[in-house]
Design a protein around this ligand. Sequence first.
Ligand SMILES: Cc1cc2nc3c(=O)[nH]c(=O)nc-3n(C[C@H](O)[C@H](O)[C@H](O)COP(=O)(O)O)c2cc1C
Length: 382
Amino acid sequence: MLPASIGDYRERARRRLPPLLFDYIDGGSYAETTLRRNVADFELIALRQRVMRDMTVVDTAVELMGRKWSMPVGLAPVGMAGLYARRGEGQAARAARKAGVPFCLSSVGVCAIEEVAAAAGEPPWFQLYMLKDRGYMRELLQRAAAAGAPALVFTVDLPAPGSRYRDVRSGLSSPPSMARTLREGWQGVTHPAWLWDVWLHGRPHSFGSISAAIPEARGASDFWGWISRNFDRGVTWADLDFVRESWSGPIIVKGVLDPDDARQAVRLGVDGVVVSNHGGRQLDGVSSSIKALPRIVQAAGGDLDVFLDGGVRSGLDVLKAVSLGAKACFLGRAWAFSLAAGGEAMVTRMLETMRAELVTAMILTGCNSIAQADETLLDAAI
Ligand SMILES: Cc1cc2nc3c(=O)[nH]c(=O)nc-3n(C[C@H](O)[C@H](O)[C@H](O)COP(=O)(O)O)c2cc1C
């Protein structure tokens, strides 16, 4: 059976990946309330069906960060993607380039930024967390600039990691031990396609962009330990000055869910915010991204670009978010699952489906171009 929906890619990924990796992608924090809300709240929004409006021309193109893209969709930063498919970030970046959408590389990607730029033939956007080791942060920013990254996505909703019960149960968040090694080994041998493709031939044993910081590291748990120790819970808005000293390009602050924070971002002159709760992986129980979006758009007042991620699973969701004021949507699990399901080819297929769904939704709502999408496309009565 060929995959049609994101649920289908998820099911393929579930069969192919060792369970602890699938749960790492699929799961959220605590009771996963926000994770469910992110998806369910999209279902509560109704589009207005319109007819007989000459829909011969439908234009999905948008301009983001000074460049034209084929549709208001991008690939969000997702850590460790090189564990889901061989050199996964490179494969996904190639698919994004083919589809004409931006790819944002996580700072905890398996592939380094130079490798991803070479694989795709264009530099990715780069995502960074605030790290305690400011010297190393500066080096990373300079490296991203040297590689030609056109935008920096500065993630601010992870000063401390939320507790993810699935990772506790699977042992992924446990310290290294013989039991853990045996459990992971068993999961590997019982998933031979993954073992062959990724573990034996994908060199997934380091985090490309940050591996220079921990030359003594011998495996993923050493890297993970370094990252956890380096999250900086002392970060404030004033730290944007520090980022700006080493980065002269556009800055997008990711993880804004409150209008007061959006107003602060405007005051400090950042170029964009991503309305996000980290895909329901941080503070459980907070609002879904789509529900928070209109308040953030209003607070931003058109002074910066407002992006959204969290729960986007179809082209219909994209049109709903754009109608509520998002400049574009970013996909997290949607691309992680399709990558795990079949590498670049499946990410390409997923993006083609997303585009086809968006076009059909625009035709059936009588919307000729993304610039025309606004609240009049939504049915307030539902
Ligand atoms: C497996 C996984 C890893 C992630 N890693 C990162 C990361 O390294 N940096 C980051 O800013 N966000 C990260 N995120 C959050 C995504 O960028 C995005 O906010 C979220 O996935 C959107 O929700 P969705 O998965 O419902 O689309 C990760 C999400 C997932 C599912």
